[in-house]
Every structure is written in structure tokens, then in C-alpha cells.
Design a protein around this ligand. Structure first.
Ligand code: AMP
Ligand code: MG
Length: 403
């Protein structure tokens, strides 16, 4: 145990985790199943977008020179619709083509006037243009994308707009990283499932449900196990099962310094620890290593701490497996509206409510910050990222992670 990195800085922990990123396989999925998946290959466009010069407006197309001195009267020569196969006749001087949004620009035309600024004669044979024609209402071939261009790169988290772009580029599927199966194993003699009658001195087990939801939010698949009591043999057995069934194991509880902190003891004796304890508050006890070849994160048992450690360490670890993505990492700059206790050695992660009604964002504590108090997390919009030695006085600026 003596050579294991112990009580390290947050940045050190992040860099150790980076070096041990999971490797995930890939899978090809149809567009309908791509939301929040991470691209495993670049995507090149199969087409120019737009495919041809087309009108951005319903209106008339004509030669710009014919509209220089409005009002100008032009003869209506043809109608061009979007999506129909039709002969495009050249628009001659003094003439205009009625045109729909998305329809191709006929030769001879280089400007559009939207229908609202056009007056068609009663017999429908001529049009008066009330303004000069607009060249920018012609969308040029390839102005968004050219054929062969890489528009989405490996590591991109697929959002509604990027999935739309896949379709625009002509792809009906994409190659994405597989989801990791993440085992969640709560430990502690005192834990009982919610919905049951509590025995004397027992409490409801909450971590596996909160952590399972965080795993889902990070784009992976949780596998929750019922809690293991504080016995080395039972814990060993359950870890063996989880290592067999999962890509990665999250335990909760039992990683502090106490005699009953069996996850730590078992990992010390039979596992391979890469670090133990990190200088963050709350959540200093976490442990990371391998159980028989499967990566394992030992999270603290206190519910607020386990949630915070997931956000600060587990989420980036999972993100490193896909090089990008991550929809749990937005940071904002806030000003402290009340004093917060900071530390010369630890990164301080206070649960804060962010008031956005003024000129800049103001941070208020959500109240009692006990590491078992989930309520203070429920009320929180974010976590402060107050660096070691940073002031916690009123008016201090700091970054905050949005929850
Ligand atoms: P431990 O890290 O095992 O010492 O646990 C720290 C505190 O968190 C204790 O008060 C435990 O009862 C509580 N705790 C541990 N695991 C859970 C859990 N899965 N759900 C709710 N509370 C827990
Ligand atoms: Mg315990």
C-alpha cells in the first residue's frame, strides 16, 4: 500500500484516471437510436448542402439589374417549385419567375424578392417589385457543406441537431461507442431497500438508485446489485460476480480509514489500487483501482459525497473512454453572494443555488452542507470549484459546475 498515490490533488486524480480510460467497442445504430451516443468514427458528407442554388423565400426570382429602381414591373414567365422535375427556362430581362422556398434558381436569375414585397396583377401575368431584389436570398450550392467534408468528428456527443446533420449528409446510421455496463454495489450492514419495513438501526439504501441514474445520464447502462453486508467473504464473492458481468464497478461505502471499511481493506489485500483519497470536500475518501482486471471506483457511502465524487471523477473517467461527449460538464462563472468556507489544501465543492436574475450569476449556499444531506443537492444548481487557497469571501468569483 505504501507506494499507492495517497491523498492526492484533484488534478493528479484526473490524470491517473485519464491513463486508465476504459476501452469500449463500437456499434452501428440507426438515426432513431443515436441520441446522446458518442461518435466512434468521423462522418463525411455524401452531398453538397445545399445540393443546388435555391431560393430561401417564397417570392419572385429575376435579374437583379431589373430591380434597381423600384417599383419595377416584370412579366411572369414561369413558376418553379421545390422537389418537382421540371425544365428550368432562362429568365430573360424584364421577366421574373414565381419561386417557392427550396426551389432551384433558374438560369438568368440572381436575386429574389419575397412575396410580401411583390404585387401580382389581377390577371396573374405580371408582378410589381416594391423593393430592390436581394441576392442573399439565394442559398448557394455547398455553402453549408461540400461533398466529402468531415462535418462531425469522432468523440462528438450526438444531439438533436447533430443527428439531423447526419441525415442531411445522407447517412441513415452512425458508428458509436458501445455503452459500458456499470455495476453498482452498495455496501453496509445498515442498508435496507426502500419500500420495506425498517429494522432497528437500519436506514434506506439510496446510493445505488442515485448512482444508477447518474450512470444513465452519462450514457451508460447501470446494473444495480443489492447491498452487501460488511463481510470480507461476501464482498469478495459479490465483486467477483460484478467483475464477470460488468465493464466497470462502482461500490459505495467502506472506503474510509475505519476497521469496517472493507472495500478498502479487500482492495488493499487482494486488489490493485491506483489511488486512494483525493483532496476534495466533500468526498475525500474515493479509491480507484482494479478488481481482478476490472476497473473499480470505491465511492464514499455518504449520499451527497458519492454523488459529488461521481460528477467530479467518475463522469470524466467515463468521458475519457469516448474522447468527448459529456452532457454533465457545463461550467459557469459565479460570484459568491455569501461567504463560503474554503481550504488551503482542498478543492471545495459547495452545493449552490445560482441566481441568474441580475447582471451576473450569484451563488448562494443551499444550506446545511453535511455529506449525508441529499436535500442540499436537490436544491442545488451547481457545485463551486473553489481551488485550494482560494478566498471564500462575499464577492469572490469562481467557476461552478452545473448539476
Ligand atoms: P461508510 O462510507 O460506509 O462509512 O458510510 C458513510 C455513511 O453513509 C454512513 O452513515 C452510512 O450509513 C451511509 N451510507 C453508506 N452507504 C449508503 C447507501 N448505499 N445509501 C445510503 N446511505 C449510505
Ligand atoms: Mg459502511
Amino acid at each position: 500500500m505504501s507506494d499507492v498515490p495517497y491523498f492526492i490533488s484533484y488534478d493528479e486524480a484526473r490524470s491517473i484516471l485519464e491513463r486508465h480510460a476504459l476501452t469500449l467497442g463500437t456499434v452501428t445504430l440507426p438515426l432513431d437510436d443515436l441520441l446522446h451516443r458518442v461518435l466512434a468514427l468521423d462522418i463525411d458528407s455524401r452531398v453538397d448542402d445545399p445540393r443546388f442554388d435555391n431560393s430561401a423565400m417564397d417570392g419572385f426570382a429575376f435579374n437583379h439589374n431589373d430591380s434597381l429602381n423600384p417599383p419595377s414591373s416584370l412579366s411572369i414567365q414561369q413558376t418553379v417549385q421545390a422537389g418537382t422535375e421540371q425544365q428550368l427556362n432562362t429568365v430573360h430581362p424584364g421577366h421574373a419567375a414565381r419561386i417557392m422556398t427550396g426551389a432551384p434558381i433558374p438560369p438568368g436569375a440572381d436575386a429574389i424578392l419575397p412575396i410580401e414585397r411583390c404585387k401580382v396583377s389581377d390577371d396573374g401575368t405580371s408582378v410589381v417589385l416594391l423593393d430592390e431584389g436581394k441576392k442573399h436570398f439565394i442559398r448557394k450550392q455547398g455553402e453549408n457543406l461540400t461533398r466529402g467534408q468531415t462535418a462531425l468528428s469522432k468523440g462528438t456527443l450526438l444531439t438533436p441537431s447533430s443527428i439531423g446533420l447526419c441525415a442531411t449528409m445522407g447517412h441513415d446510421s452512425a458508428v458509436v461507442f458501445k455503452r459500458a455496463v456499470i455495476g453498482i454495489l452498495p455496501t453496509g450492514d445498515e442498508l435496507q431497500l426502500p419500500g420495506t419495513e425498517l429494522q432497528e438501526n437500519a436506514i434506506y439504501e439510496s446510493n445505488s438508485f442515485g448512482l444508477g441514474s447518474l450512470v444513465q445520464l452519462s450514457g451508460h447502462t447501470p446494473r444495480r446489485y443489492t447491498s452487501v453486508c460488511d463481510s470480507m467473504d461476501k464482498l469478495r464473492k459479490q465483486l467477483d460476480i460484478a467483475a464477470e458481468e460488468c465493464d466497470f464497478i462502482l461500490t459505495s461505502g467502506g472506503v474510509s480509514m475505519g476497521e469496517w471499511d472493507l472495500v478498502r481493506r479487500l482492495m488493499e489485500e487482494e486488489g490493485d489500487i491506483k489511488f486512494w483519497r483525493v483532496k476534495i470536500r466533500p468526498g475525500s475518501p474515493p479509491l480507484f483501482g482494479y478488481w481482478k482486471g476490472t476497473p473499480l471506483f470505491g465511492l464514499p457511502g455518504n449520499p451527497a459525497s458519492s454523488h459529488v465524487v461521481f460528477r467530479m471523477l467518475v463522469a470524466p473517467f467515463l468521458r475519457a473512454a469516448t474522447y468527448g461527449g459529456g452532457y454533465m460538464e457545463k461550467q459557469v462563472r459565479v460570484q459568491l453572494a455569501e461567504p463560503l468556507k474554503t481550504s488551503p489544501t482542498d478543492l471545495i465543492l459547495r452545493r449552490i443555488k445560482i441566481d441568474t436574475s441580475g447582471e451576473h450569476m450569484l451563488a448562494y449556499s443551499t444550506g446545511y452542507q453535511g455529506s449525508g444531506n441529499l436535500n442540499s443537492l436537490v436544491l442545488a444548481d451547481g457545485l463551486t470549484l473553489l481551488e485550494p487557497g482560494h478566498s471564500g469571501d462575499i464577492g469572490t468569483w469562481c467557476n461552478a459546475l452545473l448539476l
